[in-house]
Design a protein around this ligand. Sequence first.
Ligand SMILES: Cc1cc2nc3c(=O)[nH]c(=O)nc-3n(C[C@H](O)[C@H](O)[C@H](O)COP(=O)(O)OP(=O)(O)OC[C@H]3O[C@@H](n4cnc5c(N)ncnc54)[C@H](O)[C@@H]3O)c2cc1C
Length: 510
Amino acid sequence: MPLEPQPLVLPLDEHNQLLVKNVHPGKWENPEPASRYNLVVIGAGTAGLVTAAGAAGLGAKVALIERHLMGGDCLNVGCVPSKGIIRSARAAYDVRMSGEFGVRGAEKAAIDFGAAMERMRRIRAGISGHDSVERFRKELGIDVFLGQGTFIGPDSIKVEGKLLRFKKAAICTGARAAVPSIPGIEQTGYLTNENVFWLTKLPKRLAVVGGGPIGCELAQAFARMGSRVTVLQRGGHVLPREDVDAAEIIHRAFVRDGIDLRLMARILGIEKRGTEKVVIMEEAGKKAELPVDEILVGVGRAPNVEGLDLEKAGIAYGPREGVNVNDMLRTTNPRVYAAGDICFPYKFTHTADAMARIVIANALFMGRQKTSTLVIPWCTYTDPEVAHVGMYEKEAKDKGFDVLTLTVQLADVDRALLDGETEGFARIHVRKGNGKILGATMVARHAGEMIGEISLAMTAGLGLSSIGKTIHPYPTQAEAIKKLADAYNRTRLTPLIKKILTAWLKWQRS
Ligand SMILES: Cc1cc2nc3c(=O)[nH]c(=O)nc-3n(C[C@H](O)[C@H](O)[C@H](O)COP(=O)(O)OP(=O)(O)OC[C@H]3O[C@@H](n4cnc5c(N)ncnc54)[C@H](O)[C@@H]3O)c2cc1C
């Protein structure tokens, strides 16, 4: 029996039709290839789009190949739709919590899930023009090929029967949701980030497998939109990469949001019983069952290495780490580079963008830029947000740094008190003696905005005392950072300096 054609995106309303028209138009005809390209880019997610656009802008003859939707994960099934629904969920939460600010009658405000999802689809479609096939072809002069790119040799790629010869190529094929090998999961069916944004009806009961950034963001959003959410986390706390006290704040927020958080949960199997999906698990040595309407899997990312025929181009790769690259993003084939989720452990849109710029310089202009010099911030968009840059305290100590760690609680920041957003902190790790910033963690409602100041300081080599000299407007939550600098300056007031200052002031009075 012939396979049913898979939809590119659902539902096919006016917004998704516009999206598809922009990022995978049905009537697209691939161009005739040039005799040779300066650069062929496989994959039109953030890494591929930025690499292709940047190279073409500098005069290179560029081909860009995409098999699914231009814009990749970020636009279609990642950052954009997730932050869209998180905003609706936050609005619902704020309205319900507005009693604290003197607003009456809003405690039971409910969200219209269908309208929230439609808002997301409308905004996503609006943004999609920027990543569109037409823009890349007409405005940027790039040869766009829709289809699966496959290496057929060290300097050539095939797409839809056409041969593309290149001087240099960039693999930007990204990653997809990793699916845990749980007995029964395939037969029962599950959601991932690839289809959860297709929903038009709110699942009444939702199990979220995985308490990492994607699981946590979506669990909280769905809980705030009215689902009864259970998070199943294998480890002892959510957001395992972050500081434990940061994770504990998120844990408390989840409890407030009505999320049932099951830690150290071991899933034994999943069964379909009637219309229900039942998760069978072991908790604290006891077997338990969790009946739900939907299961959302968010347990990590698997690199898209399949179907590329990397062996034919002499490119080394692994099923977990993806394409092997050196510090300058060159693969084991000197003509071929890689960027983004396909080759990097820090899987973010902004790192994909930064790596694309490195690939342009190194592949086309004999640059020697290195990923190891990048200062990489990230943020998990829970409420409060958890943002981080640089090293954690233990990591810095393990690397032999003499570390001074300073923390300011948001409860000590006037603006946070006035906003009713006191849960969180600003934490910084500096090198004792010179104040060089080694890393920082912010937990705050807008931590993602706050971490930018520290990232700038680290990139520019500015110490914490420079931040101390910077005037911050009052009252802002970013004053927490200024307070960190003040706390650092106080540590520099040694007993001897204090004695000298006291003696000077005493002499002034005489
Ligand atoms: C739910 C979710 C939320 C996220 N939120 C954030 C966030 O808030 N902030 C952030 O910074 N990051 C976020 N991310 C991560 C971010 O989306 C990715 O890091 C980013 O999209 C990586 O870009 P990329 O170009 O490397 O890969 P992708 O965006 O995955 O693009 C790769 C493209 O290559 C195509 N492709 C693959 N193989 C082939 C082939 N053989 N031939 C042709 N085309 C091919 C794919 O179809 C795809 O379009 C989120 C991810 C998810 C899943």
